[in-house]
Ligand binder design. Structure first.
Ligand SMILES: Nc1nc(=O)c2c([nH]1)NC[C@@H]1CN(c3ccc(C(=O)N[C@@H](CCC(=O)O)C(=O)O)cc3)CN21
Ligand SMILES: CC(C)C(=O)C(=O)O
Ligand SMILES: [Mg+2]
Length: 286
């Protein structure tokens, strides 16, 4: 029996932290996968800008546009009945004026039907997070490894390993929480540092490569399914091998088409004998 069938809210997520009940987050980028992920009981579906790499074939998340995010958000929000759908704001969609950032976040809510947005960055985003939350747009923060800055970070590397960087993670997390964020993703940071951030702030931390001390976990769906995902960071656990299952099934289909094993009689429709006779010009008069 499902313990929670009501739609999940940001308030519910904050309650989970107090009750020490971990939050399960997973990405989904389209209607069928979102439907399955929602039915399986995930609390939050993230329409991550990782979709640029996972389903659009880009080398990073940098080329992903507002239109890309809207297109996928629409499909996912049509499918999600229970999970809270959070949509990533793409590269540079929140670095112009505050007004432009509010407009872009508003589009993800009004057109994409997102319940919340996620932004990469720390204390420097506090004014924007305040503006968005005041406008009724719930914000999830994202610190540590921020993939939109990959070209500045020099690769997808663990962040917050030295004292200075770890201290900055703490102040960034606190600044985001103070500005009104309802949760924060901690990506690729040492478990001990993630634990300290989690203990110090009042809002839930959602870890990816940040250890078991976080208030929740997030992973990319295609990574845990081994679904044509070329990335296999250390923090991914594989729960299925969908890619090889699909390849096997498709190879069998191709083989059966070539050998005419498919379609069989159960897959075809038949015309009446009379129609066939007429077609062949041999109409029998009674
Ligand atoms: N499919 C997919 N899964 C993700 O988790 C993901 C994306 N795409 N795209 C956007 C970002 C990029 N991410 C990544 C990508 C690679 C590593 C990685 O290889 N990390 C090294 C750490 C190296 C180190 O500093 O020690 C690892 O071994 O895990 C981590 C996060 C996470 N996000
Ligand atoms: C990996 C998660 C946190 C993300 O930002 C994404 O999928 O884009
Ligand atoms: Mg992202």
């Amino acid at each position: 029996m499902q313990t929670q069938t009501q739609p999940i809210t940001t308030t519910e997520l904050k309650k989970r932290k107090q009750q020490k009940q971990p939050v399960a987050v997973l990405t989904a980028y389209d209607y069928p996968t979102a439907k399955i992920v929602d039915a399986a009981g995930v609390d939050v579906i993230l329409v991550g800008d990782s979709l640029g790499m996972v389903v659009l074939g880009y080398e990073s998340t940098v080329p992903v546009t507002m239109e890309d995010m809207l297109h996928h958000a629409k499909a996912v929000t049509r499918a999600a009945k229970r999970a809270l759908v959070v949509v990533d704001m793409p590269f540079l969609s929140y670095h112009g004026s505050l007004d432009d950032a509010v407009k872009n976040a508003g589009r993800l809510m009004q057109e994409g039907l997102a319940k919340a947005v996620k932004l990469e960055g720390g204390a420097e985003l506090a004014p924007l997070v305040q503006r968005l939350t005041q406008a009724g747009i719930p914000v999830m923060g994202h610190i540590g490894l921020t993939p939109q800055s990959v070209h500045q970070l020099g690769g997808y590397k663990v962040q917050g390993k030295d004292r200075e960087q770890a201290q900055k993670l703490l102040t960034d997390a606190q600044a985001l929480a103070d500005a009104g964020a309802f949760a924060i993703v901690l990506e690729c940071v040492p478990q001990e540092v993630a634990q300290m951030v989690t203990d110090r702030i009042e809002i839930p931390t959602i870890g990816i490569g940040a250890g078991a001390g976080c208030d929740g976990q997030v992973l990319v769906l295609h990574d845990i399914l081994q679904f044509a995902s070329s990335l296999s960071p250390k923090f991914v656990k594989q729960y299925a091998s969908i890619g090889s299952m699909i390849e096997q099934a498709v190879a069998q289909y191709v083989n059966e088409v070539r050998t005419r094993a498919f379609p069989a009689d159960e897959h075809v429709f038949h015309a009446s004998e009379e129609t066939i006779a007429q077609l062949y010009g041999e109409v029998t008069k009674p």
